[in-house]
Design a protein around this ligand. Structure first.
Ligand code: SF4
Length: 470
């Protein structure tokens, strides 16, 4: 059975004359990536986007305005590979109750400028636990940043490192060497996680770092965190994988990618996953739960079963980080638990991820696995007691952003005008008044789906029997 079929580039006016060979060529894809490096380039980028999807004049202006404002704030805003752009629906605003999920992840929109007080800057606090390019949050594993987000093939609008690792923060060769020296000096460290930015986009650095790390006796495993199988799968070439295998020496090496929606699971993606596995590497996935993208049961469940079918094993589903500018993406914890609980038994456990969040300030992973329906507590949307992996207790943690009623209503008005209709933009925020929480959480829907309804949404067509002998 085929995976999601994106539009053919021959049907997209911007690329209709492009040969199949060029389209499949990662270098052609890179040369034709849609980007706006400075405010004066924003208009041309929006012109290109409007040759891929249907955009009214109002939407074009709103997108351009968002790009310009964010660029002026020093943020990296826009980079979309032609391949990833082709996953967008021709009319991203024509879906019944939501905006196209690839559009939401790839294209800046006025929501990015809303709720400016919600969230915190550099929530990951990665700068505080660093030794050169090495960042250590756990005893036995260390992240080694090989580059910043300037090397990403695609900019993800929900990127948790949009501030901490942006293009203005260089990662130098000296930083990498200092990080490797640190890993060498600490025998607790068994695993190095090669990350960025996009480590596969800086091949020479990646191979250099892997070569160095493969010489360190106490390092047993190398992990490569990459979004390239999702945003530029044709870039995951046999040649690159051969080099990686060689550089890894005798160290067990595996890949973790970042797939968020079943429309990202295409034949091209599955072929990249096959190439990774054919070279002897495992491939896991970390999904980020994003409001409006994958926070409904059918999308969440099918994204995982499709990935699993493509030989990508679900590993984590993360609550979106409370980074400033991302408040509209955060899914409330009880809603996330309900999603996970709904998957139990409906398909094999190897296709079900662990639910977790990274509390800010580098507290590390907190597991949020539901114990059953009785564990779905609406109060957890407001404040949650968290226990981190090392026993750190965080009392009354607020994972959602705050807004006043006036701010929230104004945000709804802005997005209603942008989308062209109400009831599509449904962020969850905590409403505050005079600095105090009122107890209201916007758009919190904790209605459980029946077993039959979940089966229907998963596409079961035969009678729902589990023991034909009875
Ligand atoms: S590929 Fe990763 S680091 Fe780069 S923008 Fe996307 S989420 Fe951020």
């Amino acid at each position: 059975m085929a995976f999601y079929q994106p539009r053919s580039h021959h049907d997209i006016s911007l690329w209709k004359g492009v040969s199949d060979a060029d389209w499949e060529n990662p270098d052609w894809q890179r040369r034709h990536t849609i980007t706006a490096a400075s405010p004066d380039k924003a208009r041309y980028a929006v012109d290109d986007i409007s040759q891929i999807i249907t955009l009214s004049g109002y939407k074009r202006e709103a997108i351009e305005n968002t790009i310009v404002k964010r660029l002026e704030r020093g943020q990296q805003v826009l980079r979309i590979t032609p391949y990833y752009a082709s996953l967008m629906d021709q009319d991203p605003f024509g879906l019944e109750d939501r905006i196209d999920p690839i559009f939401l992840q790839a294209v800046p929109m006025p929501a990015d400028l809303l709720f400016s007080r919600a969230g915190i800057k550099q929530a990951m606090a990665e700068q505080d636990r660093s030794k050169g390019a090495a960042y250590q949050r756990y005893l036995d594993r260390v992240v080694l940043f090989l580059t910043n987000t300037a090397a990403c093939e695609n900019y993800c609008q929900h990127c948790q490192r949009r501030r901490s690792l942006h293009a203005g923060v260089p990662v130098t060769k000296e930083n990498i060497d200092e990080g490797i020296d640190y890993i060498m000096s600490n025998k607790n460290i068994k695993e190095a996680i090669l990350s960025g930015g996009e480590p596969l986009a800086v091949k020479e650095r990646l191979l250099y770092a892997m070569g160095q790390l493969s010489q360190i006796d106490h390092v047993e495993r190398l992990r490569i965190g990459t979004r390239m199988p999702v945003t530029l799968p044709m870039g995951v070439t046999d040649e690159l994988l051969e080099h990686i295998k060689h550089a890894a020496g005798n160290k067990m090496t595996y890949f973790v990618t970042h797939t968020n929606h079943m429309h990202e699971v295409t034949d091209t993606y599955a072929a990249a996953a096959d190439r990774i596995r054919n070279h002897g590497f495992d491939l896991l996935n970390q999904l980020v739960l994003l409001k409006g993208v994958n926070d409904d049961f059918a999308t969440f469940a099918k994204t995982h079963t499709e990935m699993w079918r493509a030989n990508v094993n679900p590993y984590y589903a993360f609550i979106c980080h409370k980074e400033r500018g991302l408040a509209h993406f955060i899914t409330p914890v009880p809603q996330a638990k309900l999603l996970l609980d709904g998957c139990r038994g409906m398909f094999g456990g190897t296709a079900i991820p662990r639910l977790a969040m990274n509390a800010e300030s580098g507290a590390g992973k907190v597991w949020l696995m539901p114990k059953g329906p009785s564990d779905i507590d609406p109060a957890e949307a407001i404040k949650t007691d968290l226990e981190s992996w090392d026993g750190t207790i965080i009392k009354d943690y607020e994972h959602l952003g705050r807004a006043t009623r006036e701010e929230f209503d104004e945000a709804e008005r802005v997005m209603e005008a942008f989308i062209g209709r109400p009831d599509v933009f449904k962020p969850s925020l905590l409403i505050e008044k005079d600095g105090e929480l009122t107890g209201e959480v916007t758009n919190l829907d904790l209605t459980p789906l029946s077993f039959e309804e979940r089966a229907r949404r998963l596409g079961y067509t035969e009678p729902l029997i589990t023991n034909p002998a009875e």
